[in-house]
Ligand binder design. Structure first.
Ligand SMILES: [Fe+2]
Length: 376
């Protein structure tokens, strides 16, 4: 089928605000709806600057989040929400805080247990009003309908997807990322890049999303190094906030592919930060896929400002050098991953069919193991 006529389902928040200072609009929007007791789902760092949201009434700030959310975190935050009789939810932070906020909005007071909503469209009803305010530039979770939670018992990530978890308002204020440390800037920025690249080279790639994907890549190429070098540059932060938002649009109808699948065991097993894991894997999968999608690979390199080539080795070297110049750690061994675990990791990654089936070139278990060995 011609990709132009392939059906696609694109949803976006009812209202999106983008630009310097729009975070304060979150509070005004809630006040306009008569909200008196909003719950802010956040982390300790962002809890200290909740004032910038100018929330109405008596906000409840839940900031007991450290790292990527677990089923235990979810149970505690839902219990806190129910005990406080909140009337709206604000996700304020990175993807972890925003994913958790989505689940609080639909699960608090619903009686529906988490296990029942894992999967696609299992959430029974629209819950509380939901506002998302991202503070990093990477996940694009503010415009999405998915939440990932680590099931501690199973040491695996469970994905919940529901239209009921779409934000009523997303306020993307690039100034919230001013002063973010270099390592977090780079890791989250490469995550945004990975969302765009994996959607652009995806088996399900669609012209409607290609537009966002390629422009997102171009924005990362133009602004990420500058945001990393000068944490106080508002233009660079705005460029990366837009790239992250476009990456979020890529995730909904197209989603990621091989890069994220190969990265996941690093996070699930060894708690490597999501963006750092993506950066390490990025040049390997880009080069592996190059023979299947040579023109798109060339467009990616060009958008990043790198020399164009269809030779996998040259593609790999260009992408790896770009990551190294940003300061990314590109050796798996540096993350204390035991070499003996690589085959088990490859088996786990290969089982993530929901992503690997999107990859433009069949990525077998042996191919994944070869990537881990080459990256070690
Ligand atoms: Fe990601």
């Amino acid at each position: 089928m011609n990709p132009l006529s392939t059906p696609i389902d694109l949803v976006q928040p009812a209202r999106l605000l983008f630009g310097r200072g729009v975070a304060a609009e979150a509070g005004r929007w809630l006040a306009g709806r008569g909200v008196r007791r909003p719950m802010v789902v956040t982390d300790a760092f962002n809890a200290a600057r909740v004032g910038g949201l100018e929330l109405p009434g008596e906000p409840v700030v839940w900031s007991d989040l450290a790292g990527e959310p677990t089923t235990g975190d979810l149970a505690r935050v839902v219990a806190a929400a129910e005990a406080s009789e909140i009337d709206a939810v604000v996700g304020f932070g990175g993807g972890s805080a925003m994913d958790l906020a989505k689940l609080v909005a639909v699960l608090a007071g619903s009686g529906q247990p988490f296990a029942e909503v894992v999967g696609a469209e299992k959430v029974a009803r629209k819950g509380l009003p939901l506002v998302q305010v991202p503070t990093t530039a990477g996940t694009g979770s503010e415009v999405g309908t998915r939440a990932l939670v680590t099931d501690v018992a199973a040491t695996a990530k469970s994905a919940v997807q529901s239209l009921h978890m779409l934000a009523d308002l997303a306020a993307v204020d690039p100034d919230l990322a001013l002063g973010m440390p270099r390592a977090i800037t780079v890791a989250t920025g490469v995550d945004a890049l990975a969302h765009c690249v994996e959607a652009y080279t995806n088996r399900k790639a669609h012209p409607l999303i290609d537009l966002y994907a390629l422009e997102g890549i171009r924005l990362v190429g133009r602004w990420l190094a500058r945001a990393a070098d000068d944490g106080g540059d508002p233009d660079a932060r705005a460029g990366m906030a837009l790239a992250s938002l476009y990456g979020g649009y890529c995730l909904g109808p197209v989603n990621t592919a091989g890069g994220h699948a190969v990265s996941y065991p690093l996070g699930a097993r060894y708690h490597v930060a999501h963006g750092a894991a993506n950066a390490l894997i990025f040049p390997h999968v880009l080069a592996f896929n190059a023979p299947a999608v040579p023109e798109r690979t060339a467009a990616i390199l060009e958008a990043l400002g790198l020399p164009v080539s269809d030779d996998p080795e040259t593609v790999f070297a260009a992408a790896r050098d770009w990551c190294l110049r940003l300061g990314c750690e590109m050796r798996l061994s540096a993350f204390n991953v035991p070499e003996a675990d690589l085959p088990a990791m490859a088996r786990e990654a290969h089982a993530i069919r929901r992503l690997l089936d999107n990859n433009p070139r069949d990525l077998g278990e042996a191919d994944i193991l070869a990537i881990y060995r080459a990256a070690f």
